[in-house]
Design a protein around this ligand. Structure first.
Ligand SMILES: [Zn+2]
Length: 254
């Protein structure tokens, strides 16, 4: 599966595709066998469980789509940053087309339809932080890896395991869709989004990132580690705030 020059691949591509362009390849002919195979992998390029079970290891970026494919995070950048995606002039472009080499150093160059507002700039900073963790390699080819195995090799056993957990993954992605559709102020949505992804600079996260703090304990209650979950849900101070909010909107009678 991860090899580029497999005989099986040559046969399938010559029989079914008009061009060799990985996931964007256009199908010229569909047999019943091929239709069944596509159906088993999940209908549609974006939603199929098989697509979600694979991740690209980027080499020169000549095969992988920057926004639409999964390559630098566990989710594609289009899903992670839908707002920025809607502003991007790079939709559909390959990773290797969203930047250039300056001698041996890869420089990202994102193109936008217009200037970003304040809260969009913070999203852009987050995206640039993500991109700073990845770099291209001039000589290497892009490779597709199987996420169910540490070595990236496809195993039927792990495919079964992924299929049985598929529903849970769908629920998680549904939460993000609901969040971005909520009628709340953008900065509130961004904060909620950061909490869900655990990107809040809590003391636990600052220690994990090597930023020095005196103590990992919560600044409010000073008894338990200050994680996102503790700060927003479990801390006695947070619970009091939630309780007041519930009363305010009439969920609690007391
Ligand atoms: Zn606390």
């Amino acid at each position: 599966m991860s090899g580029e020059g497999g005989k099986w691949k040559e046969i399938l591509v010559s029989k079914y595709y008009t061009e060799v362009d990985a996931r964007q390849a256009r199908i010229k002919y569909q047999s019943w066998w091929w239709r069944d195979l596509v159906k088993i992998c999940g209908d549609g390029v974006e939603e199929g469980w098989f697509q979600k079970a694979t991740v690209w290891k980027v080499g020169n970026g000549s095969t992988v789509r920057f926004w639409e494919d999964v390559w630098i995070q566990s989710t594609c950048l289009k899903t992670l940053h839908p707002r920025l995606y809607s502003l991007s002039c790079d939709q559909g472009k390959l990773v290797g087309e969203v930047g250039s080499w300056e001698e041996d150093i890869w420089r990202w160059c994102l193109n936008w339809r217009r200037d970003r507002y304040g809260w969009e700039s913070s999203l852009e900073s987050d995206l640039l932080t993500i991109l700073s963790t990845g770099s291209l390699s001039k000589e290497a080819q892009d490779h597709l890896l199987w996420r169910g195995d540490p070595k990236g090799m496809f195993l039927v056993k792990s495919a079964y395991s992924i299929l049985t957990n598929h529903q849970q993954v769908s629920i998680k992605e549904g939460v993000f869709c609901s969040l971005w559709q909520a009628k709340a102020m953008p900065r509130v949505l961004v904060t909620a989004w950061r909490v869900l992804l655990d990107r809040i600079p809590t003391r636990a996260n600052l220690i994990r990132r090597g930023v020095l703090v005196n103590s990992p304990l919560c600044a409010l209650c000073n008894t338990l580690e200050e994680s996102s979950q503790h700060l927003f849900l479990e801390c006695v101070f947070a619970q009091r705030v939630w309780s007041m909010c519930y009363r305010w909107i009439g969920i609690l009678g007391a």
